[in-house]
Design a protein around this ligand. Sequence first.
Ligand code: PYC
Length: 338
Amino acid sequence: MNAIEHAASPVRLTIIDSHTEGEPTRVVLGGAPDLLEGLRDDRSVAAQARVLGERHDWLRRAAVLEPRGSDVLVGALVVPPSLAGAVCGVIFFNNVGLLNTCGHGTIGLAATLAHLCRIGAGTHLIETPAGPMKIMLDPGGGVTIENVPSFLHAMDVTLDVPFGGTTRRVRGDVAWGGNWFFLSHEHGEPVTQENIAGLTSLSRALRRELAARGVTGDAAFGHGGMIDHIELTGPPSRADCDAKNFVLCPGGAFDRSPCGTGTSAAMACRAARGLLAPGAPWRQESIIGSRFVGRYEAGHNGRIVPFVQGRAWITAESTLLIHPNDPYRHGLSLPAQG
Ligand code: PYC
């Protein structure tokens, strides 16, 4: 018997891959364990996410780590919703753990559900661990998401970080956009593709400094308030954009899309400073030159309700095979580069 002929059957995960403005999403539609088993009163997607993280982390690892995935890939497990009227629940994850929510991933999920004819043009409710979100599918296939309420948490945080053999002073804000972000446009680095290595290295230094100084968001929100996304902003290259960003994700990869939760956090900061009015477009360019168009409505308690519009394309319909005798069935355990 060789490595691919063996008695035990593989676990099969049915998936659909897509990319949203360049950033990949892998939607897992079948083959996952029942996360509701053992859950009694709280059958929310947040409770199911805890079960996934505590008991079935193999699924995340098998679906997004090498050799089946990569550090850039975001997974989206479709689960039963607890909210009345929701089309589905979804739990997002990446190479290092679970995400509270994910903007590009929600756009990818919407394109996937449309591809499967599970949703048509119109507005649909989904449930994420961070709360309910809406997806609006236009007849042309474009997707707008209504993200979770977003807000500026701390303004003008100054950090001195070791960078390039010296100390770099960086000023920025801490904001919630469905994930926790440190956002800065006063960082001294060109936001260009040629400088991705420099942007990555500065972002990592900033994340380390935030952790070392105990700077967090509000612990009542995702991951105990840990700031795991860094967003560095600069002038746009495109005439039809307002700014370009570089977003370092928790596992060390950078977002190829303009980052839906990052765009929401950026709008919350601008709104809090009086620099962006409700309804006005915020056109966010990504480091690869793709674009999301955002806008917001005023929410409760000084929060904004962000809307982010983008496009996603289906790239594969497939089944992942997880053979019991494959030594790398649950992914390669390479040290996180974050
Ligand atoms: O679009 O919100 C987003 C996102 C988070 C991490 C990668 N993409």
